[in-house]
Design a protein around this ligand. Structure first.
Ligand code: F6R
Length: 614
């Protein structure tokens, strides 16, 4: 996610901001920028690429000396990662500069209204409209704090905003809704950061802000208010983390931090997907409804964890849209001479957008006249660039090599695609689609419920140090979850781990079962009785042969108790959405077991985050 720094005090704001941005580099970014208040106006520089590009631009065209300013490292969401879309963004007269993290859901409406009034936007971002709206307020005589309160009341979505006014050399104003922002408290100076790493070098006293609050920092102090302008208070605390822990939000690994970010990542990936009337919209979908109606086959191509997201998508798309779906490993796809034409939609799932196997596969599909839709987390990467349509996930940068929040947000994008196709093809009624969307919107809370029970999973994981092999069983949408659980354990703990469809056990794998073998079983919700009962039979079979059964089942499912040596409960959710909660304990299990075994969880041996060779 984007990095944000704000500063007012007695030091060089340029130095403080650029140092802060450097400490936020770990968050990942594709452009960077800085803006300062100087003699009644705002001066800024911004550049695509790494901070070094920005520093070079500043050395070629130096900024004036200033003690108040802000900066940003951008992870592109709305618009390509280029100089123009880089933050800060300015208002129509260049008086206000704004940086932003998050997604403004009603950006289209606001932009259209501004354009009707004659405003011209230069970027493709949702941020620029905020700069225009703020500037309208300050030009009409409001101070920047009041302007921010007024503008925030009109914004929908999740955002952190930080702004400066060229005609106000004393204050930096920020706001937050469902997006991170912390204040650093200094002596004669104050700081803003997307996390404490931004200012940890200067102060360890911090103020946490609540939801829907505006904060104004000056050299003298800090004032917090609600969006309505009522006074409010933040929570002061002392930061005792070192820089490395601060970057990880106090966690030991980026991976663990990313697992805990999943409720937020899932919520962000659902933002802005509904029209005013409640219908589903996918605004990066550049295929016409007629093209989508003509599709009579879908082939999903992906690698590793993304492939398992594709397997879940098959269940959802076939059920909701009644279109046949094949799921292929991208490394195998073009070598089997697949049958493709204009009525086949190829869906490429890739967190990085750079996986060479998947890239080559989509190139092949396009030579066969198939349309390609990418599901990707990295704006501007090669796979979405070479595709006909894109659904971006909004996980934010994933730093841990093993994918976690990338996977959950891919699942969300797959569900959205399935529902969208159902809407266009008319295979589901509108109210059914609305109902599933409502269930999806409830998932961040359910994921948080699972995370709240992490300690139980950690205890279990530590008991398994020394295990030589672990099996995972699932059925239906729980089968890809079993595969993903096994992959996480292989990658992180370097253990032999296998995932099986529970019904396949008797066809061979059951021979692996011996006394004490841990078998993690993903039990389908009870709504699908046949599936649920068949899963229980599978669990009985392995238990009868000495396996230690660790069952993940929905709360209140007492039927599983006699067969579970260990029972981990999951929230009650629809069967097709269960992967979103069921995979989380498996991620925690692998992370903790690998930690207990002394492995480097963020950089497992032999693995790379982005596999750019075939
Ligand atoms: C596993 C993992 C990999 C990736 C795979 C595809 O934790 O991260 O299996 O899922 O290399 O990568 P993307 O999604 O970037 O194409």
């Amino acid at each position: 996610m984007c990095g944000i720094v704000g500063y007012v005090g007695g030091r060089s704001a340029q130095d403080v901001v650029i140092d802060g941005l450097r400490r936020l580099e770990y968050r990942g970014y594709d452009s960077a920028g800085v803006a300062l208040v100087h003699e009644g106006s705002v001066e800024g520089r911004k550049k695509a690429g790494k901070l070094a590009n920005l520093e070079k631009a500043i050395s070629e065209d130096p900024l004036p000396v200033s003690t108040i300013g802000l900066g940003h490292t951008r992870w592109a969401t709305h618009g390509a990662p280029n100089d123009v879309n880089a933050h800060p963004h300015r208002g129509y007269g260049g008086r206000v500069a704004v940086v932003h993290n998050g997604i403004i859901e009603n950006f289209d409406d606001l932009r259209a209204r501004l354009e009707e009034e004659g405003h011209q936007m230069v970027s493709e971002t949702d941020t620029e409209i905020v700069a225009h709206l703020l500037e309208l307020q300050v030009d009409s005589g409001e101070d920047l704090t009041t302007a921010m309160q007024r503008v925030c009341r009109r914004l929908e979505g999740a955002f952190t905003l930080v702004a400066i006014d060229g005609q106000d050399p004393d204050r930096v104003v920020a706001a937050r809704r469902n997006s991170p922002l912390v204040v650093g408290l200094g002596e004669g100076e104050n700081f803003l950061g997307s996390d404490v790493a931004a200012f940890i070098e200067f102060t360890r006293e911090a103020l946490e802000l609540g939801q829907d609050q505006v904060v104004t920092i000056t050299r003298e102090g800090v004032q917090v208010s609600t969006f309505d302008g009522r006074p409010a208070e933040g929570r002061a605390y002392h930061v005792d983390w070192d820089l490395s822990a601060a970057e990880k939000d106090g966690h030991d690994w980026f991976m663990r931090k990313e697992i805990f970010e999943q409720p937020r990542a899932v919520a962000d990936s659902l933002l802005g997907r509904r029209t005013r009337s409640g219908a589903l919209q996918l605004d990066e979908m550049r295929l016409s409804d007629q093209e989508l109606r003509d599709i009579d086959k879908i082939i999903i191509i992906a690698a590793g964890t993304s492939f398992y997201a594709g397997l879940v998508a098959k269940y959802a798309i076939e059920h909701w849209c009644r279109v046949p779906v094949e799921v292929e490993l991208s490394s195998e796809f073009r070598y089997r001479d697949p049958i493709l034409d204009y009525s086949t939609l190829v869906v490429a799932i890739s967190q990085s957008g750079e996986t060479a196997d998947t890239l080559q596969a989509i190139r092949h599909a396009r030579t066969q006249r198939s349309k390609v839709l990418a599901i990707c987390n990295t704006n501007g990467s090669t796979i979405p660039r070479e595709s006909d349509a894109v659904i971006y996930t909004h996980a934010g940068p994933e730093i841990g090599v093993a994918s976690t929040k990338g996977f959950l947000t891919q699942l969300v994008a797959c569900y959205l695609l399935a529902l969208y196709l159902a809407q266009v093809k008319g295979t589901r009624y509108g109210d059914e689609i609305t109902q599933v969307l409502g269930q999806l919107e409830a998932m961040p809370d359910h994921i948080s419920e699972v995370l709240a029970k992490a300690d139980q999973v950690y205890d279990l994981a530590r008991e398994h140090v020394g295990s030589r092999s672990v099996l995972f069983l699932g059925r239906h949408a729980g089968y890809p979850v079993a595969l993903e659980g096994a992959l996480k354990l292989k990658e992180l703990a370097y253990l032999h781990a296998e995932g099986f469809a529970a019904g396949e056990l008797k066809h061979g794998p059951i021979a692996l079962v011996e006394q004490g073998l841990p078998v993690l079983c993903v039990v389908p919700p009870r709504g699908r009785d046949q599936l649920h009962d068949k899963m229980i039979s599978g669990i009985q079979e392995v238990r009868a042969r000495g396996a230690r059964t660790i069952c993940l089942a929905e709360e209140g499912d007492t039927s599983i108790e006699p067969y579970a040596d260990v029972l981990l409960t999951l929230p009650r959710v629809p069967v097709l959405l269960q992967p979103l909660v069921a995979v989380v304990p498996l991620q925690l299990f692998a992370c903790e077991l690998a930690t207990a075994m002394g492995h480097d969880v963020d950089q497992p041996r032999n693995l790379a985050k982005s596999v750019t060779v075939e």
